[in-house]
Design a protein around this ligand. Sequence first.
Ligand SMILES: Nc1ncnc2c1ncn2[C@@H]1O[C@H](COP(=O)(O)OP(=O)(O)OP(=O)(O)O)[C@@H](O)[C@H]1O
Length: 253
Amino acid sequence: MTAAHITVEHLTMAYGDFVIQRDLNFTIGRGEVFIVMGGSGCGKSTLLKHLIGLQQPAKGEVFYDKQNFWSADAEQRLQVMRRIGVLYQSGALFSSLTLAENIALPLGEFTALTKAEIADMVSYKLALVGLAGFEDYYPAEISGGMQKRAGLARAMALDPEILFFDEPSAGLDPVSARLLDDLIISLRDTLGTTIVAVTHELASIFAIGTDSVFLDSDSKTMLATGNPKQLLAESEDPRIIQFLTRGQGRGGR
Ligand SMILES: Nc1ncnc2c1ncn2[C@@H]1O[C@H](COP(=O)(O)OP(=O)(O)OP(=O)(O)O)[C@@H](O)[C@H]1O
């Protein structure tokens, strides 16, 4: 068991009076690839928003190491937010900027690096995601898989301790999705980054997940936490087995 990087205690999430999930309790260990999974509309993206500071809990706490994220003052919360990177579904690159300019943005804003240092850092980040030499391309000039990787380079611009992904392989063909999975694992292995990914792609869940939480929309709470492969082998809960076998059951195809 690795040390806890993020701890969620008795978290209840709601939009107004409408409760999405209640009493979530789990920890995300350092260096884990932690998957947030569950059926459509169960609250996976909402949970991500609570973890990255975009939405405040109705009840409960989120800790980064020992720091209580939501009861910290705004400046302390900003410090925590600087340690995280987020890659959204779309990659969210600015289409009017080159890849280099996209990645340089957070570096220019949040560091005291010189222009030359920023250029070096941009090239390094692009190389890390297999896009060396693509500095001057615009997002529209490269494939969807490459755009995702460029988005990842930007999410990593400030050397985050934790990377959050919302549906990383959405919209990618299976080969590009697999390449992105491989990249996520290699980043975790080389940089030691903790990864938190929202996904319902079973192939990805089993390929990259080392730990997970399973959210259920009917009972409005978590049903399990643990390594997805282990959950598949050992869970007694039919809802989890259904999900992890795409409705086939353990004896299925
Ligand atoms: N801004 C909002 N205001 C009110 N309700 C919302 C808002 N955003 C999401 N919801 C509702 O909260 C519930 C959870 O949504 P969320 O997007 O977190 O689920 P999800 O598990 O990520 O879904 P999916 O797998 O379909 O992306 C849904 O019922 C959704 O309609």
